[in-house]
Design a protein around this ligand. Structure first.
Ligand code: C2E
Ligand code: CA
Ligand code: CA
Length: 618
């Protein structure tokens, strides 16, 4: 593990110092040239001054020449030595008190570039050079010898050495800090992705030598985006800063705990952490995150999911293990435990391909069916529409929920025929309700693949015409992540759909990273607050705060809000009191077949009396 601690404070800006030194050189050079011009045009002085200026230029390009830095450094130091030897010669022939200043300056700049350890050698070299050239001047040219001046000059060179060491120390602090910034997450102080990969690679190498195991935990804070949306980014940052030490405390055995970015962290557990030990560690983390975090006077609950990837089962490369861990963290969202193991095969492997082939056949064979879940207006307690939720009546595995196969469709082009089938069926069913006198709309979920399909508006137009349904009856539910992944492309298609008169709904609001700007630009009609917040309303205050913030946002940006996952009357009442427009959930009704819904529309107390019983589950 790279051991870098953040230095306390930045004392010197490296570039600023370098620039300052450069200006001093230029000034010295100017004095030299001008000075020699006044007495007589001394070609050697002009040469010396020009050399100093050139030397400054070489030094000035250094910060930018990152790749050839070493080379520039050497050239620059050699040039300095050359310049000073020339200076020695010139000054010993025509002694000037500027000599020690130039010498000291050259020791400083050369050492800064070549390393402070060289300062003493440079000082010694200059002392010898000055001694030699002074003696040469006295003996050969007959220049007067001034022993006091000579001793003073040599003393200046020696005193320059500690000065160089001090400046170099400051540089080192700065260098460490720059390196630190590149490798560490400045918000939490935890190592970043690069260090994590590096440490994992090395741990893997060690594990392979000793035939031992290791595990990676990917820890994701699910509600982080919602906190950002509801309370602002500053609060989000403070939350992350409080989470980091909890992770460190709860994972003493981790070789490294780092931040992958966003609200994702990863921990590297070396030394044979088999599945059972990894689970113990994951549970410890989940417990540590159970206590609400207090930031800016809000007590926020943290919802974490942990993905566990094991070496060598899930991979023998750091990046592969991390990717598996991230996938598993996604899978953990749906698990009751809060953690999930990476599957032993790559995502996109044989099992998925087989399922994809089966699903393709299933669409053609009409094995899909729709369940509908009513949505009711909280103002009138009337049913305003139903969401179409696809199911697969699998010949061997029975009725499959969408979670078992939608991801397969989404990972292939199958999502197009699937959505086509859902839209077609939903539009026809909606038309039938209308004909039976029910003023209902129908909501259909659309995926990323659909929104990247420029044909979608034309396809929908065709289906509307064929079924006799109207665009205004249809709502398309889009998750935030879909919207934000390729916003411009999605916006284009969504705008076309809007112009057709289709309602646009943001689904699972609070779980992704919505940009308010896009919500506004798209003029979405409705936002569905994710059920994780609605389900949490009874037990934790931050969920209530988030739901309330979403409803406020709806008022400001002029969209309706629908709460999904309303399971009891208490939640309904709270939602009604804070001004939520619509509700959907088991309290009203569970998803049901078209036939069941037809019956429900006729008999349900909801259709006559509104929220009466304590549960709508039938
Ligand atoms: P979603 O759009 O968020 O759908 C709501 C899910 O919440 C449904 O699960 C529904 O059964 C469940 N739910 C409804 N009320 C409650 C409640 O009171 N409490 C709880 N705990 N859950 C409730 P389902 O049907 O399993 O659908 C899961 C997801 O599959 C959907 O999430 C949607 O993202 C996706 N999906 C369903 N049908 C389609 C489809 O036709 N196309 C696409 N692309 N995705 C679909
Ligand atoms: Ca939905
Ligand atoms: Ca949803």
């Amino acid at each position: 593990m790279v051991d870098l601690k953040p230095p306390d404070a930045l004392l010197i800006g490296q570039r600023r110092l370098e620039r300052a030194v450069g200006w001093v050189r230029v000034a010295a050079a100017t004095v030299l040239i001008v000075g020699s011009l006044i007495t007589a045009i001394d070609a050697v002085s002009v040469l010396l001054g020009t050399a100093l200026i050139a030397n400054t230029v070489v030094a000035a390009v250094r910060p930018r020449a990152a790749a050839g830095r070493q080379r520039v450094r050497q050239v620059s130091a050699a040039a300095d030595i050359g310049v000073v030897c020339l200076a020695m010669l010139v000054f010993s022939l025509d002694p000037l008190s500027a000599l020690p200043a130039v010498g000291a300056l050259v020791i400083v700049t050369s050492s800064l570039r070549a390393g402070a350890s060289h300062a003493l050698s440079y000082a010694a070299a200059l002392s010898i050079a000055e001694l030699a050239s002074t003696l040469f001047g006295a003996r050969v040219v007959g220049a007067p010898l001034d022993p006091y001046r000579l001793v003073a000059d040599l003393a200046v060179y020696q005193l320059t050495v500690p000065l160089v060491r001090w400046v170099d120390g400051e540089f080192r602090v700065l260098g460490t800090q720059l390196e630190y910034r590149a490798l560490y997450d400045t918000l939490t102080g935890l190592p970043g992705l690069e260090l994590l990969l590096d440490a994992t690679e090395r741990t893997i190498a060690a594990a392979q030598r000793h035939a031992s195991k290791l595990a990676i935990l990917v820890i994701e804070l699910r509600n982080f985006a919602a906190v950002n949306t509801a309370f602002g980014y500053e609060t989000g940052d403070l939350l992350l800063q409080q989470v980091a030490p909890r992770l460190l405390d709860s994972l003493p055995e981790a070789r490294m705990v780092g931040r992958l970015g966003g609200a994702k962290f990863a921990a590297l557990l070396p030394e044979a952490p088999d599945a059972a030990r990894a689970v113990v560690a994951a549970q410890r983390v989940l417990r540590a995150l159970q206590r609400p975090v207090t930031v800016a006077q809000h007590a926020l609950d943290i919802e974490a999911s942990i993905g566990i990837a094991l070496h060598p089962q899930n991979g023998t490369r750091a990046d592969v293990l991390l990717r598996h861990g991230e996938h598993a963290a996604l899978a953990a969202r749906g698990s009751g435990d809060g953690y999930a193991f990476a599957s032993e095969t790559e995502p996109g492997d044989a099992g998925r391909l087989e399922l994809a082939a089966e699903l393709r056949a299933a669409i053609d064979r009409d094995e899909l069916l729709l369940h509908y879940q009513p949505m009711v207006s909280m103002k009138t307690a009337r049913v305003v529409g139903a969401e179409a939720l696809v199911r697969w009546s699998h010949p061997r595995r029975g009725l499959l929920a969408p979670d078992a196969f939608i991801h397969v469709a989404e990972g292939t082009t199958l999502i197009k025929p699937l959505t086509h089938w859902v839209l077609n069926t939903a539009l026809r069913d909606c038309r039938a309700w209308r004909e039976a006198g029910h003023d209902l709309g129908v909501a259909v979920n659309v995926s990323m693949g659909n929104l990247m399909d420029p044909q979608l508006p034309a396809t929908l137009r065709g289906l509307l015409d064929a079924s006799g349904a109207e665009a205004s009856w249809v709502a398309l539910e889009i998750t935030e992540s879909v919207l934000m992944a390729r916003p411009e492309r999605a916006m284009e298609i969504l705008s076309q759909l809007r112009r057709m008169g289709v309602r646009l709904v943001i689904d699972d609001f609070g779980t992704g990273y919505s940009s308010l700007a896009y919500l506004h630009r798209l003029a979405v009609d409705e936002v569905k607050i994710d059920k994780s917040f609605v389900l949490g309303m009874g037990t934790d205050v931050s969920s209530v705060a988030i739901v309330r913030a979403a409803i406020e946002l709806g008022r400001t940006l002029d969209f309706e809000t629908c709460a999904e996952g309303v399971e009891d009357r208490a939640t309904w009442e709270v939602l009604a009191s804070i001004g939520c427009d619509e509700a959907q959930g088991y309290y009203v009704a569970t998803p049901m077949t078209k036939t069941e819904l037809d019956r429900w529309l006729k008999d349900s107390p909801w259709m006559t009396q509104g929220p009466v019983g304590d549960t709508g589950v039938t």
